[in-house]
Every structure is written in structure tokens, then in C-alpha cells.
Design a protein around this ligand. Structure first.
Ligand code: GDP
Ligand code: MG
Length: 437
């Protein structure tokens, strides 16, 4: 995938002390190839690498960073720009706000209509109404009812009416009369762009004058997604793009080109079949996803800001001398806590965000840990090996925790010590350096 290819591209830089014209050119050639393979249009890919190259050459200011890292950052920034730079909000003006969904069949319109309704209901305090304008398949209306039921949002439909323009207009009247302030119109799609579908959605669009016309597209469809987007945009001049099925193994080639080709922002992404699998689209996060690196750069930046260098050096020495104990563990935890919310942090570690997606991390997850360590005697803290079953029972009692929790902490501590020892090895030097040591 694109990420692996970019990895390979950046690999070229390894072992070079400085970014030179030659190794940048080599790397960017690989980057361009990777973009092309991910269905990014040739001209976009070419312009992209030209811009990165211009920025990379002669950036002496940043020689303190690893040159590879610098280039990754330049590529990331440029990718972010390519996808629109800033977050594009949703226009909720109008009473009611009318939102029209467009897109091919199977792109995820009905599912996303539900997700958006749920988002507006729970996050924006709105009272949304879902409207079934897919008049071709009775099952489609049924599907919207299932969706509406699951989130507690009313669905408007006229099963006997075969005129989607009328249904949409009646729905808006119904909304006005019943205090709904957002109307989400789900429409029918076809398997491919055709004149009849375009004509129908254009008529609905003209009749209801939506505040937001959203084009929904399956992110797995690559370059086709871009062509479809162009066809819909020519007819509807839509306001934003919804990229669905980003939970699949797609690396977002479509996201890269769509903004450039239709010049419309991606507003939301769908990341699963469930109603809460909706995210506001952050260009910078998508760039990171494409680079497969989590938010490493800002993690490093934050770590540099927050980690006390002196402390880090002391800890490093202790690890080297095998003297790392629970007091140090505690001070590490305090350092980590200073860095902010745990969830944010986990999200920044590559790979971890996916693995931890379903795990609730409480900000006070450390409370027990701190209590347990505080119940240890100084000797126990500096020589954890002393802590036997009897001592564990005492510590559990003293800290108001269970012996299993003490055991768990002991295990975590062991793992952490082991990891820290590993970081002392050849590969770990950089990591410690990054942490301010
Ligand atoms: P529509 O024909 O455009 O209305 O598409 P649907 O909303 O019926 O979705 C088509 C299929 O894609 C359904 O099986 C959905 O469950 C699935 N789907 C929609 N959005 C997502 C998503 O973000 N992730 C995944 N994995 N599946 C999705
Ligand atoms: Mg549908």
C-alpha cells in the first residue's frame, strides 16, 4: 500500500547525515511513484513532489531534526494542504437546515444519513428529521427506518409516492410544522453515473435548495471516486464530500485527488457500519494516516516540550545501572500526565490508535497505580524484587485495591523496565534523544 511505499521512499534517506539534492530527488521520485500507485492523478503527483522538493532543499534551519524526519514532515504538510488544509465545517444555517445526500448506490448514503443525524442530535443539540427519497426499492425505505429507530430519529416517507421532489418538499413542510431544525434527505443512487439519476437529483436539488449538498463516496473505489465526484459536481455544484468506508484497508488515494479535482472540501469520513462511526475530516490526520505514522510529529513536539531533560538523563542512568524502581516509575507517570490527556496520547502512537480504539482510557487511570505505589515502603519501591505475596497483600489493603491490581502493576512495571532497557540499545538512542534525554 501507499504507506509501505512511502516507507521505502524515506528509507533511501537513512544513513545520510544531510538532506542533499541527490537523495531528496531519489526519495521524491519514490514518493511520486507511491502516489501514482494510490490512484493519484499524474499532474497532481508531479506538482506535489515539485513543491516538496523546493521546500526541502536548503532547509538548514532544521538540521537538528533527523533529515528523514524533516522530509516526512514536509511531505505530511504538503499532503495536508493537498486535502484542503483546514477543517471544513458544516453549514447549519436555515430553519430548517436542509441537507441533501447524493452519490452512487452502495456508497453509504443511507448509513451516513443516520450517522449525521445522530451526530447533529447528540453533538450539536439539533432535532433532525430523516427523509426517505429512495423511491425505487421498498427495502431502502425500510433500511432508513431501521437506522432512524436505532438512533431515535424520526423518519419521513411516502411509500406510495413516486415523486422524490414532492416527498422532499412535503418533508420540509412536515419539519417546519413539527419543530425539526435539520432535514436530511436520503436519495436513490445507481450503480454508475447515468442521465436519469442525475436528472432526478438535480430536480430535487433545485426544488429544495439545500444549505448543504453532500456527495457521498466509497473511499475504496480509488480513481473512480474522483470521476464520479466530478460528474456529480458538474450537475450539483455540491458543498462537500463524505468519504465512507475508511475503516477498510484503503489508504486514501481518493481523498488526495478529490479536493484538487472538484475543489470541494471533504467534510466527514465514515469509519464503520455503526451509527457512531463518523468523524469530522481532519486533513492533517488523513495525511498522517497516509504516511502511516500516527501523529508522531506532534507527539515528539509535545514530548520535547514537556519532558524534563534533567529528569530524563537521571532515569537513563538508573536504567543503565539497573536501579530503575517504583519511585522513578511514579515520576515517569507524572511526566506522562503532564503531557495531557491519555486518549490523545494513545492516538498519537502509530498503530496504537487502532488497537486501542475500543478500550476506554480514563484520565484517572493512574489513580490506582499511584495509590498502590504510595502504599509501598521506600525499600520496596527501590527494590521491587522484594515484593512477595505477603507484601502484595499488605500493599493492596493499604491502597484500597485488589491484589490482582497490584499484580497487574508489577507486571506493567516489569514490562516497562524491560522496554526501557531495550531503548538503551542501538535502536533506542534516538527515542531517548527525542524524549529530551
Ligand atoms: P447507499 O446505497 O448509498 O444508501 O449505501 P448504504 O448506506 O446502504 O451502505 C452500503 C453498505 O456499505 C452497507 O452495507 C453499509 O453497512 C456499508 N457502509 C456504509 N458506510 C460504511 C463505512 O463507513 N464503513 C463500512 N465498513 N461500511 C459502511
Ligand atoms: Mg440508500
Amino acid at each position: 500500500n501507499l504507506s509501505d511505499k512511502l516507507d521505502k521512499a524515506f528509507h533511501i534517506l537513512k544513513g545520510h547525515g544531510k538532506i542533499t539534492e541527490v537523495n531528496v530527488a531519489e526519495t521524491l521520485k519514490e514518493v511520486r511513484r507511491a502516489l501514482l500507485d494510490a490512484d493519484v492523478n499524474f499532474k497532481i503527483a508531479k506538482d506535489f513532489t515539485t513543491r516538496v522538493k523546493e521546500k526541502a532543499i536548503g532547509q538548514d534551519v532544521l538540521t537538528t531534526l533527523q533529515p528523514g524526519q524533516l522530509l516526512v514532515k514536509l511531505v505530511k504538510d504538503e499532503l495536508t494542504e493537498l486535502m484542503g488544509g483546514d477543517v471544513a465545517g458544516i453549514n447549519l444555517s436555515g430553519n430548517p437546515t436542509v441537507i441533501l445526500m447524493s452519490g452512487l448506490q452502495g456508497s453509504g448514503k443511507t448509513t451516513f444519513s443516520g450517522k449525521l443525524a445522530n451526530y447533529l442530535l447528540t453533538k450539536k443539540n439539533k432535532k433532525p428529521l430523516l427523509v426517505a427519497c429512495d423511491i425505487y426499492r421498498p427495502a431502502a425505505i425500510q433500511q432508513l427506518y431501521v437506522v432512524g429507530d436505532s438512533i431515535g430519529v424520526e423518519v419521513y416517507s411516502e411509500p406510495e409516492n413516486k415523486n422524490p421532489v414532492e416527498i422532499a418538499q412535503n418533508a420540509i413542510k412536515h419539519a417546519k410544522a413539527n419543530g425539526f431544525n435539520v432535514v436530511i434527505v436520503d436519495t436513490a443512487g445507481r450503480l454508475a453515473v447515468d442521465a436519469a439519476m442525475m436528472d432526478e437529483i438535480a430536480r430535487v436539488h433545485k426544488a429544495i435548495q439545500p444549505q448543504e449538498t453532500l456527495f457521498v463516496v466509497d473511499s475504496m473505489t480509488g480513481q473512480d471516486a474522483v470521476n464520479t465526484a466530478k460528474a456529480f459536481n458538474d450537475i450539483l455544484n455540491f458543498d462537500g464530500v463524505i468519504l465512507t468506508k475508511l475503516d477498510g484497508d484503503t489508504r486514501g488515494g481518493a481523498a488526495l485527488s478529490i479536493k484538487t479535482v472538484v475543489n470541494k472540501p471533504i467534510k466527514f469520513v465514515g469509519t464503520g457500519e455503526k451509527m457512531d462511526a463518523i468523524d469530522v475530516f481532519y486533513p492533517v490526520r488523513m495525511a498522517e494516516r497516509i504516511l502511516g505514522m500516527g501523529d508522531v510529529v506532534s507527539l515528539v513536539e509535545r514530548a520535547q516540550e514537556q519532558f524534563d531533560e534533567e529528569e530524563a538523563r537521571k532515569i537513563q542512568k538508573k536504567i543503565a545501572k539497573n536501579e530503575f524502581g517504583f519511585d522513578d516509575f511514579l515520576s515517569q507517570i507524572q511526566q506522562v500526565k503532564k503531557m495531557g490527556n491519555m486518549k490523545d496520547l494513545v492516538g498519537m502512537i502509530p498503530g496504537a490508535s487502532k488497537a486501542m480504539k475500543d478500550v476506554e482510557i480514563e484520565d484517572d487511570a493512574f489513580k490506582h497505580i499511584e495509590a498502590i505505589i504510595h502504599s509501598m515502603t521506600p525499600i520496596e519501591r527501590s527494590k521491587p524484587a522484594l515484593i512477595d505475596v505477603k507484601r502484595k497483600a499488605r500493599i493492596a489493603k493499604g491502597s484500597g485495591t485488589k491484589i490482582e491490581q497490584v499484580n497487574q502493576l508489577m507486571k506493567q512495571f516489569e514490562q516497562m523496565s524491560k522496554m526501557m532497557k531495550m531503548m538503551q540499545g542501538p535502536g533506542g538512542k534516538n527515542l531517548m534523544k527525542m524524549m529530551g534525554g
